[in-house]
Design a protein around this ligand. Structure first.
Ligand code: MYA
Length: 449
């Protein structure tokens, strides 16, 4: 989009940040991948090497028992102490979002920060079955300030045909002043210990950095919803051969949605939508298998974080789509305090259910048409909710609509990892040249926050 070198650099930074809900921006300047032996910590963990040829998929180490796992954490330096962050206590929840808002991801000029809310954490860290002791923190012994955090929540995964009882690990964060001190391995060992004590041995996690060894790699894509605002905050420049009017016109969405019968998801729809999603997800190789309670929690429990819609036609729900909101705070800007960002979440459609082969050309065309209309409509909904950018990844069937709907490919890639589980590579929706693969699409059906 940008031509002027400074503007272009800024835009690159924004796009990186947008891609980086899971990423450490500081890592991006480093070569992306070390040799396996150079991963001092990861080479000691039950994870596959980069060059492993996987024949039998399944656990790497299955010999452990909870009673053999230590009852106590590893010691920390004397200035620090372990804690369990009780996020039902507003003060402790505040500690987590101060830590994350100030340290999770920030661009180099400190112009933008994620603006996590209490509501966001209540939604993402308290799904059914959540455990207090899986919200692991490190505090300074004297001031009790929270300086590091990592979380696990329970999840049942399906990896190809096998169900895997797991946790999802997220929100690993270390205060900027304590970086590069090898605290990460200690945090990971501690969360592993607490999870293993519950007889769970596998985990799913994502990161922008390359670690041994990704099960899948997806790419972020960004769809400007409010081009003028992105331009005004200085993140997008004006291409030399285009006028502002042309750029605004390029990204202007229709005033009204186009899908008849599109309306907010309601409690009464849950059973039907649950079945629709389950059927739709069966095409993918890496999915989270929800209970109805988990599904309800994710899609209906938090109206200011997650937005869910269904398409009802002749008393039947044919499609469902959802997105969540995770804004940025804009620092030091006289006009704008916040950048609204929507992230595409789960969706399902019955458009190609009559075709047993997912790649049937007629079925694919039907699905492509349906999704193009549906996702264009949720972009309109997101715009009407004052969001400025809409993010999606190359996972699910997204490659069918990303290019058509003017999602620009991001700089950031998101790697999906399984802990203590060997798996053959899973398609991430990308061709060899990293463009979106509208033919093969992705076999990743899980969406990580
Ligand atoms: C069964 C249950 C199992 C449960 C556990 C499953 C595993 C869960 C795994 C965690 C999933 C998290 C999912 C998310 O939340 S991904 C989000 C990560 N968070 C951020 O990007 C926020 C901003 N950044 C930070 O807070 C820090 O830079 C972090 C904490 C990322 C690194 O801090 P720092 O820069 O000060 O590093 P160190 O000196 O302490 O430690 C260096 C070691 O850490 C390895 N490293 C660096 N970044 C990551 C990373 N994102 N995942 C895994 N490992 C990572 C690195 O390769 C090196 O190991 P090795 O190269 O020597 O081997």
């Amino acid at each position: 989009m940008a031509q002027d070198p400074d503007q272009a650099k800024k835009l690159q930074e924004l796009l990186k940040m947008l891609s980086l809900s899971q990423n450490d921006a500081s890592k991006l300047t480093q070569p992306q991948r070390k040799q396996f032996e150079e991963y001092k910590f990861w080479k000691t963990q039950p994870v596959p090497r980069f060059d492993d040829e996987v024949e039998d998929e399944g656990p790497i180490n299955s010999s452990q028992r909870p009673e053999n796992i230590p009852n106590e954490p590893l010691p920390l330096l004397s200035e620090f102490e372990w804690c369990t962050v009780d996020i039902t206590d507003p003060h402790q929840l505040e500690d987590v979002f101060v830590l994350l808002n100030e340290n999770y991801v920030e661009d180099q000029d400190a112009t933008f920060r994620f603006n996590y809310s209490r509501e966001f954490f209540n939604w993402s860290l308290k799904p059914p079955g959540w455990r207090k002791d899986w919200h692991v923190g490190v505090r300074t012994r004297q001031s009790k300030r929270l300086v590091a955090f990592i979380s696990a929540v329970p999840a049942t995964l399906r990896v190809r045909t096998k169900l895997v009882k797991s946790v999802e690990i997220n929100f690993l964060c270390i205060h900027k002043k304590l970086r590069s001190k090898r605290l990460t391995p200690i945090l990971i060992k501690e969360v592993t210990r607490r999870v293993n004590k519950q007889d769970i041995w596998q985990a799913l996690y994502t990161a922008g950095v390359v670690l041994p060894s990704p099960a899948a790699t997806c790419r972020y894509a960004h769809r400007p919803l409010n081009w003028s605002k992105l331009y005004e905050v200085g993140f997008t420049g004006l291409p030399a051969n285009a006028s502002k009017t042309q750029m605004i016109a390029k990204y202007t969405l229709p005033k009204e949605i186009d899908t008849p019968g599109l309306r907010p998801l309601e409690e009464k729809d849950l059973d039907e939508v649950y079945d629709l999603l389950e059927k739709y997800q069966s095409r993918f190789d890496l999915v989270q298998v929800f209970t109805k309670e988990e599904f309800r929690h994710l899609l209906l429990s938090s109206t200011s974080v997650v937005y869910s819609y269904v398409v009802e036609s002749n008393n039947k729900i044919t499609d469902f789509v959802s997105f969540y909101s995770l804004p940025f705070t804009v620092l030091n800007n006289p006009h704008y305090k916040e950048l609204g960002i929507g992230y595409l979440f789960y969706y399902a459609s019955d458009a190609d259910f009559d075709y047993s082969d997912r790649y049937d050309s007629e079925g694919s065309l039907k699905l492509k048409k349906r999704l193009n209309r549906l996702i264009s409509d949720v972009c309109i909904k997101a715009r009407d909710l004052k969001m400025d950018v809409f993010n999606a990844m190359s996972c699910q069937d997204n490659s069918l609509f990303l290019d058509d709907l003017k999602f620009g490919p991001g700089d950031g890639f998101l790697n999906f990892y399984l802990f203590n589980y060997r798996v053959r590579p899973i398609l991430g929706g990308l061709r060899k040249d990293n463009s979106f693969d509208a033919e093969k699409r992705s076999n990743v059906g899980v969406v990580m926050l």
